[in-house]
Design a protein. Structure first.
Length: 137
C-alpha cells in the first residue's frame, strides 16, 4: 500500500521577537518537512488578541507530508514550545509563535482564517511562485 503525500496549509504568526522567532520557526519546519514552501512574511494588525497593541508578523506555508493530521499538529506544538510559547501567552497578548493548521488536503480546518487578506495573499504568492512544481506532486 502506497503512502499518500498530503497537502497541508499552515499560517504562522508572531508578535514577540517577531523576525527572529519567524525565522527560527521556518528553520525548524524545514528541518522536519522536506517539501515545504513559505510566502513572504507580512506585518498585520492584531486579530483576536485584544490585549496586544503590537503588530504581528505572519506568513503562510504549504507542505506535503505522509504524516497524519495528529502527527503534524504534534510537530507544530513541539515547535511552538521550543520557540518559547506558553499556554497563557495569548491571553497576555504575547505570542512568540502561533502555527495554525488551516487546511488538510481539501478539508478546511479554519475557515475564518482562510478569509483573511494576508492569508489569501500568501496563498496567491505561493501559487504564483510555482507551488505546483514537481516537488509537490
Amino acid at each position: 500500500m502506497e503512502n499518500k503525500r498530503n497537502r497541508v496549509l499552515l499560517c504562522l504568526g508572531s508578535n514577540w521577537d517577531k523576525e527572529k522567532n519567524m525565522e527560527r520557526t521556518a528553520e525548524m519546519l524545514r528541518a522536519h518537512f522536506v517539501f515545504i514552501r513559505f510566502s513572504e512574511p507580512v506585518y498585520t494588525e492584531p486579530i483576536d488578541c485584544p490585549l496586544s497593541s503590537t503588530t504581528f508578523l505572519n506568513r503562510v506555508a504549504v507542505l506535503y507530508s505522509e504524516e497524519s493530521p495528529t502527527q503534524i499538529k504534534d510537530v507544530l506544538k513541539d515547535i511552538e514550545c521550543r520557540i518559547g510559547r506558553k499556554p497563557e501567552d495569548k491571553s497576555c497578548g504575547r505570542v512568540p509563535i502561533d502555527i495554525d493548521l488551516l487546511q488538510w488536503n481539501d478539508q478546511v480546518l479554519k475557515a475564518e482564517d482562510l478569509t483573511r487578506g494576508y492569508v489569501l495573499d500568501g496563498i496567491r504568492s505561493l501559487l504564483t511562485a510555482g507551488e505546483n512544481d514537481e516537488w509537490c506532486q
